[in-house]
Design a protein around this ligand. Structure first.
Ligand SMILES: *Cc1c(COP(=O)(O)O)cnc(C)c1O
Length: 232
């Protein structure tokens, strides 16, 4: 077995143990392999091992890899900060955008999503930190943003995404996940048809799954430490 196969087996074991420990079905969780800074060749190995979904944070770096992997079964999630002058490229290249946090960005993605492509899957990134420089929508604005996105024909709202501050201690991270879950449940109770709660990374996927995550975004545990050559 290659290193990648071993790493994937370990992460899949962690996911299924966490899922079973939370009293959930192990098929409830999807795995997005976060490939930022890793090469097309590394992504090909993960694809060959049967993981089809990849997350990328930087448009320029992702563009090359997505082009290199045209014709494969790879599904691409944009999980980085969205600059408004990049929305056209993002809407053309990706299958999912998980980091929508304001109506103006959603509107631009909707406008640029080609009618020949399926609607772009979208998650609203929620910001629970009071620090306004951090990305994400304030919880008070999430319901309005969800309604705005649902009125956009080229977007399909799937759910919420959160990324707790890296410096958080485990108790704070768990609280962050629980709050996100509560906002998600509230939206569903109000009639929004959502199926995706994107939370959990290499360090905290157990806590995220315990809080109800349906999608984990795992980089380091699959690909190893990030490379600094942001290679294609
Ligand atoms: C880099 C990144 C991840 C993956 O983090 P790891 O600790 O490498 O698993 C997940 N989500 C987002 C938004 C990221 O930027």
């Amino acid at each position: 077995m290659t290193d990648v196969t071993v790493a994937l087996r370990m992460i899949q074991d962690r996911i299924s143990t966490a899922t079973v420990n939370s009293g959930r079905e192990s098929t409830d969780i999807r795995l997005v392999a976060v490939s930022k800074t890793h090469s097309t060749a590394a992504i090909r190995q993960v694809l060959a091992a049967g993981v089809l979904e990849f997350g990328e944070n930087y448009l320029q770096e992702a563009t090359q890899k997505i082009q290199n992997l045209r014709g494969t079964a790879a599904i691409w999630h944009f999980i980085g900060r969205i600059q408004s002058n990049k929305t056209q490229s993002i809407a053309g290249l990706f299958d999912w955008v998980q980091t929508v946090d304001r109506v103006r960005i959603a509107g631009r993605l909707n406008k640029h999503r080609d009618s020949g492509l399926r609607p772009l899957n979208v998650c609203i990134q929620i910001r629970l930190s009071p620090d306004p420089t951090r990305p994400g929508a304030d919880p008070d604005t999430v319901a309005g943003l969800a309604e705005a996105i649902e009125a956009m024909p080229r977007l399909r709202l799937r759910g919420l995404m959160c990324m707790p501050p890296l410096e958080n201690d485990p108790a704070q991270t768990a609280a962050h996940f629980e709050t996100t879950r509560a906002v998600y449940d509230g939206l569903k109770r109000d009639g929004h048809e959502l199926d995706t709660l994107s939370m959990g990374t290499t360090n905290d996927l157990e806590a995220a799954i315990a809080a109800g995550s349906t999608l984990v975004r795992v980089g380091t545990a699959i690909f190893g430490p990030r490379q600094n050559n942001q290679g294609a």
